[in-house]
Design a protein around this ligand. Structure first.
Ligand SMILES: NC(=O)C1=CN([C@@H]2O[C@H](COP(=O)(O)OP(=O)(O)OC[C@H]3O[C@@H](n4cnc5c(N)ncnc54)[C@H](O)[C@@H]3O)[C@@H](O)[C@H]2O)C=CC1
Ligand SMILES: O=C(O)CCC(=O)C(=O)O
Length: 461
């Protein structure tokens, strides 16, 4: 089946009426889910010209079908804290679609979690997973549980209660959750333990597992490393490299930490880290030794990033601020959605930043994206730039299915290859006539045609 992708840059205003009509339907069916509307709107703007040029897509209502989850599982999670007090949280798994592989995507434990947030993340995930070249459908899940300040015992009991509700819906060929905000190696361990106990099965029903019991080499590193590899590919189109560049990084969790580790390895200088309280700026750079201290702070002691400036005296703390006012060549938003607003984007551009590679999911608001694109800087959206994490999760699933383990070097080579191919795909579908690449359009269309064709070929189900 030959699909037709218009070669002319689609003028946003030409497709706007169709986009707005489509969005009115989406908003009507999901009132108040603002993050979900934002994610769908961005994709609709990119792919509407392709839909309009292909009657088969229009007649099969491909876009409308993509914007409705296959299924949403919602459940109550009841657990007791260390004082015996009982708490009730909401748990969710949003299965967006499994057209090109089992449902796949992380679990988020954060008080801001609600159905709209998880629908946006699951929607993004189907496009991201399609780009990886692997057989992965899209899903996301989580809970409004706040892990901050909770003991190990409380985290374990919460994870066990969460899995007690979810276990019957997941499995290696069905739905394979992993980590996201608030869910790292510790939580995956407790979730897997409970799954194993309830089902009696030891198989790849979760990814991000520990190396000793089915995890893949390089899964913890993969999202951060991948975001840097994607930046490297973008920079190469302008005959630039990573070495010698300064970088701002937001967040201080899994993605931020390994972004900085790879930036250091490639000779860049990372200047910032943040959490929801504020930002630290280290003019000397966060070298590997300082990063090891941060990893201990965040992954073991679970402290706040402000402690960095007590340990490393040349660093400065910006309470309540994000990193985007700090001059840099490269920016890696790696915390959460909508953390780069229009003014932040203007400041980044005005200060000379010329490449943004998103480790987080949808960290830039639509107006911020416009600012980056109007300025003509390299802008890699999360669904392309942070796909390395789920890609190595896909490799973990393959290793589990084959009862084998691949070396760190082999996985790194595959990760690099996948990030290169995502970049190539973005160029194929996103290059404008003047040679400038619109990575948003490229990523959305490349992912969309694969999923839309699968939908047509598999019939109305
Ligand atoms: N872990 C993974 O493999 C992947 C993660 N992502 C995305 O990367 C981002 C970070 O995830 P992880 O590093 O895994 O989580 P994490 O839980 O390890 O770290 C999250 C970080 O973001 C900060 N943060 C959370 N909410 C914030 C807010 N409202 N304002 C400022 N900072 C905030 C936290 O303080 C923490 O430093 C998320 O957007 C996630 O969806 C994307 C692809 C894969
Ligand atoms: O590894 C995975 O399955 C999911 C990672 C994730 O949640 C994401 O890509 O946003």
């Amino acid at each position: 089946m030959a699909i037709s992708v218009p070669q002319q840059v689609p003028n946003k205003s030409a497709v706007q009426p169709a986009v707005e009509e489509f969005m009115a339907g989406v908003v009507g069916q999901s009132p108040g889910e603002v993050e979900f509307h934002q994610a769908v709107h961005e994709v609709a703007e990119s792919v509407m010209p392709v839909v309009q040029a292909n009657p088969a897509y229009r007649e099969a209502r491909v876009l409308e079908r993509l914007a409705v989850p296959d299924m949403v599982i919602m459940f109550r999670v009841v657990w007791a804290d260390d004082n015996g007090q009982v708490h009730v949280n909401r748990g969710y798994r949003v299965r967006m679609n499994n057209l090109v592989g089992p449902y796949k995507g992380g679990l988020r434990f954060h008080p801001s979690v609600n159905l709209g947030v998880l629908k946006f993340l699951a929607f993004e995930q189907i496009f991201k997973n399609s780009l990886t070249t692997l057989l992965l459908g899209g899903a996301k899940g989580g809970s409004d549980f706040d892990p901050k300040g909770r003991s190990d015992g409380e985290i374990m009991r919460f994870c066990q209660a969460f899995m007690t509700a979810l276990f019957r819906y997941i499995g290696p060929d069905i739905d394979v959750p992993a980590g996201d905000i608030g869910v790292g190696g510790r939580e995956i361990g407790y979730l897997f333990g409970q799954y194993r106990k309830l089902t009696g099965c030891f198989h790849g029903s979760l990814t991000g597992k520990s190396l000793n019991w089915g995890g893949s080499n390089l899964r913890p590193e993969a999202t951060g490393y991948g975001a840097v590899y994607f930046a490297e590919e973008m920079l190469a189109t302008r005959k630039e490299g990573i070495a010698g560049k300064t970088a701002t990084v937001s967040g201080s969790g899994n993605v931020a930490q390994y972004t900085i580790q790879k930036l250091n390895a490639l000779g860049a200088k990372a200047l910032t880290l943040s959490d929801s309280n504020g930002t630290i700026v280290d003019p000397d750079g966060i070298d590997d030794e300082k990063l090891a201290w941060v990893m201990e702070l965040k992954n073991v002691r679970r402290g706040r990033i402000q402690e960095y400036v007590e340990k490393f005296r040349k660093a400065e703390y910006l309470p309540g601020k994000r990193p985007w006012s700090v001059p840099c060549d490269l920016a890696f938003p790696s915390a959460t959605q909508n953390e780069v607003e229009e003014d932040d984007a203007r400041q980044l551009v005005a200060n000379g930043c010329f490449c943004v590679s998103e480790g987080a999911n949808m960290p830039s608001t639509p107006r911020a994206v416009d600012v980056f694109q109007e300025a003509g800087i390299l802008y890699g959206p999360g669904k392309a730039a942070n796909a390395g994490g789920v890609a190595v999760s896909g490799l973990e699933m393959n290793q589990n299915a084959g009862c084998m383990k691949r070396s760190r070097e082999a996985v790194d080579e595959q990760l690099r290859g996948i990030m290169c191919s995502i970049h190539e795909n973005c160029v194929t579908y996103g290059a404008n006539a003047d040679g400038v690449v619109d990575y948003v359009r490229g990523a959305n269309i490349a992912a969309f045609v694969k999923i839309a064709d699968a939908m047509l070929q598999q019939g109305y189900v």
